[in-house]
Design a protein around this ligand. Structure first.
Ligand code: HEM
Length: 208
């Protein structure tokens, strides 16, 4: 069954608003002294976690498309990818402003004391490369290499999970949940597993 075009426009607009709302909420909390004793760190951690959520959402779009054949999931792929990059850049901005205090001379000792920052930087570099090549022009120019390059999103996810693991120290439970979801999404891209998704859709349709 085909859907009217305005449904897809509404869908894309809703996704845009949904990605913007957490940022507005955290900003509002900070402005109203509701973000605890370290508002800068509060923003840094929440936005970092938001970036991870967005990356996981983006990576779930291909399996969801295979499972449902709904083209709406494909339509928001670029938008969600770019939102992931935007959150990651804001996360870095919070780090530079509130942790580093714009004191660039401290960056060297920071990297030595917190090596997970290098891992985060590599992940951000990867996200930037994917964001910069997410347009039609780059798709045409890169041809088959485009798909290979964009499979690096799984490597980026692994880097982000490592960055997060290095940070959590105490509460491993939360990290495990994210790692499990990430591992599941990676498994779903393995060709023999990925091929079972349309079959699963057929089976679900028949049983319904
Ligand atoms: C330039 C790169 C990056 C820098 C400098 C950076 C820095 C940091 C810092 C300082 C922390 C907090 C550590 C603490 O608790 O003391 C952190 C946590 C975190 N970062 Fe990053 N990060 C970077 C890139 C990224 C990227 C690209 C992502 C995700 C796409 C990400 C996701 C996270 C997550 C999920 C946390 C943990 C949040 C929590 O504990 O609730 N970071 N990062």
């Amino acid at each position: 069954m085909s859907m009217p075009a305005y449904i897809f426009t509404l869908w894309r607009a809703s996704v845009f608003v949904a990605a913007l709302v957490p940022l507005a909420w955290w900003g509002w909390q900070v402005a109203n002294n509701m973000a605890g004793p370290e508002p800068g760190r509060y923003l840094l951690l929440n936005i970092g976690l938001g970036a991870l959520w967005l990356l996981l959402f983006t990576l779930s779009l291909t399996p969801l498309t295979k499972l449902t054949r709904w083209k709406g999931f494909n339509l928001i792929r670029r938008q969600l990818g770019l939102w992931t990059l935007a959150y990651a850049v804001l996360h870095l901005t919070c780090y530079v402003l509130f942790i580093l205090g714009l004191d660039w001379a401290r960056l060297g000792s920071e990297i030595v004391n917190r090596p997970y920052i290098i891992v985060g930087m590599l992940a951000l570099l990867g996200l930037t490369a994917l964001g910069a090549t997410s347009n039609r022009w780059a798709m045409r120019k890169l041809g088959k290499r485009w798909k290979t390059l964009h499979k690096a999103s799984y490597l980026i996810l692994a880097l982000v999970l490592l960055h997060f693991l290095w940070v959590v120290r105490a509460d491993m439970q939360e990290w495990f949940v994210y790692a499990l979801v990430g591992a599941l999404l990676m498994c779903l891209r393995i060709p023999p597993v990925s091929r079972t998704l349309p079959k699963l859709r057929q089976r679900l349709k028949q049983s319904a």
